[in-house]
Design a protein around this ligand. Sequence first.
Ligand SMILES: NC(=O)C1=CN([C@@H]2O[C@H](COP(=O)(O)OP(=O)(O)OC[C@H]3O[C@@H](n4cnc5c(N)ncnc54)[C@H](OP(=O)(O)O)[C@@H]3O)[C@@H](O)[C@H]2O)[C@@H](O)CC1
Ligand SMILES: Nc1ncnc2c1ncn2[C@@H]1O[C@H](COP(=O)(O)OP(=O)(O)O)[C@@H](O)[C@H]1O
Ligand SMILES: [K+]
Length: 485
Amino acid sequence: MLQAWSAQRVRAAEEALMGELADGELMARAAEGLAEVCRARLTASGGSRVVVLAGPGNNGADALYAAAHLADGGSDCVALQGGWPLAIGDPESWLAAGVRVVAPDGDWVTALADADLVIDGVLGIGGRPGLPDEAVAWVDAIPDSAYVVSVDLPSGQDPAGETPSDTGVFADETVTFGVAKPVHLLPATEPAVGRLTVIDIGLTVQGAPDVERLDFADVARLWPVPTDTDDKYSRGVLGVVAGGEDYSGAAVLCCTAAVGAGLGMLRYVGTPTPTGLVRSAIPEAVHGDGRVQAWVVGPGLDTGSRARGSKAQLDVARAALDSELPVLVDAGGLDLVAGRRAGPTLLTPHAGELARLLTRLEDAETTRPEVAADPLGHARRAADLTGATILLKGATTLVVPPTSAGLAVRSQNDAPPWLATAGAGDVLAGVCGALLAAGLSPLDAGSLGALVHGVAADRANPGGPVRALAVAHGIPETVAHLLVR
Ligand SMILES: NC(=O)C1=CN([C@@H]2O[C@H](COP(=O)(O)OP(=O)(O)OC[C@H]3O[C@@H](n4cnc5c(N)ncnc54)[C@H](OP(=O)(O)O)[C@@H]3O)[C@@H](O)[C@H]2O)[C@@H](O)CC1
Ligand SMILES: Nc1ncnc2c1ncn2[C@@H]1O[C@H](COP(=O)(O)OP(=O)(O)O)[C@@H](O)[C@H]1O
Ligand SMILES: [K+]
């Protein structure tokens, strides 16, 4: 599991560690690790010209010390200086190693145009939103051919990872120190991070992390694997209330994924058309209301429908929400969420559905762009309003428990962009629902489900287009693959 701590908590840990070490030792470790990564990338590309974007703080000093190592090793290193002194650390040592400093009025344009590798040391965890003017011009002038390594985080991006910025650096790789920070894992800023490399500098942070990301080893740790003593009921029965006369296919996608994830048994509750489809696609499904360990309510559900069978289906959906059982609520089912319910609850909106849910619950408009501008803040607001865990779907999927639970937010980024296709959400609901039925918490079910769903999308057709049904069919093989790794 990859874990991230806030900048504030990293600083506290850093100060404690610095108290035990010689002056400058921590920065020296960071710079050595950074230089090692840059050296490897230069060797791989055959390049040798390095340009440092040197900011006013310790982030700039890290980059300059790393450049001194690279210059020692024979690279051609140039540091661009803005309208601030390069006073942190020991400037004489960089100059002695052969790092050439280009002043703000010097020819930094040519230096950048020739760069094979750019080290972005403008701002780190001490950065306020936005870049200094000089740095805006530098970033605009970075050639596409240069490999951009950001020090600690892409400068100009929000260290807390809450709000996106178009003007910050978008790195090919980010080299961070000790532990990851929220900026590296959260959806608003992760697209700017590129490949993430964490350098060990001997730093550990006490207490629960702020953000976590499950990896493949966590699948083996958390996935409900049946044993000899299990039977279909002990493994978990999932009830699915999904599909209507308009979106009938959602029921097939959700149920296919749910049985593929390894359920003891599936119960399906639908209107006539999707019921017929489920009968032929999933002969193992049992039809109608009955005893279950968890419910999925909502994929393809039309709560306003007057079609035959709709009222009876809606009655089961409402009874599920009124029960104390674990419930996953998706798509149309979100319109039935009225506030807190008694049992464990996982809501799985995309950004538009989250905006609609908040608008209804708060009786004040929230728009989809507002959710996109602060995904974590809005997911957290919905979690605190409903007491539910919110799984906010997207390229990076967030799973956010209510603040009162005191748990880390999970953030998964396992899917190829090809997964942005109709019906993919119905498949996710089926996988997560199966995990709820097996007894996992909404946080584990949501994050583990998102991981497996994303990997299944990739494995269904690596590097190419996928359709939702192929992802659903690929779930059993993906689970087996992840369990035997
Ligand atoms: N944590 C660790 O374990 C380790 C941390 N290390 C390194 O330390 C880095 C943090 O260093 P840091 O505290 O000096 O902050 P950093 O981001 O360099 O910038 C602060 C300076 O920038 C300025 N400034 C800020 N925003 C601005 C803006 N928008 N536009 C213009 N100016 C702006 C700000 O000005 P002021 O606020 O004073 O006005 C101040 O002068 C960290 O990211 C990592 O690289 C490693 O060396 C060792 C291990
Ligand atoms: N750019 C993207 N990259 C990777 N996965 C994505 C991207 N956009 C969306 N997804 C994933 O695709 C699925 C889409 O779900 P959803 O929007 O509910 O679709 P539908 O309602 O049609 O089933 C979610 O799991 C989401 O996380
Ligand atoms: K940086």
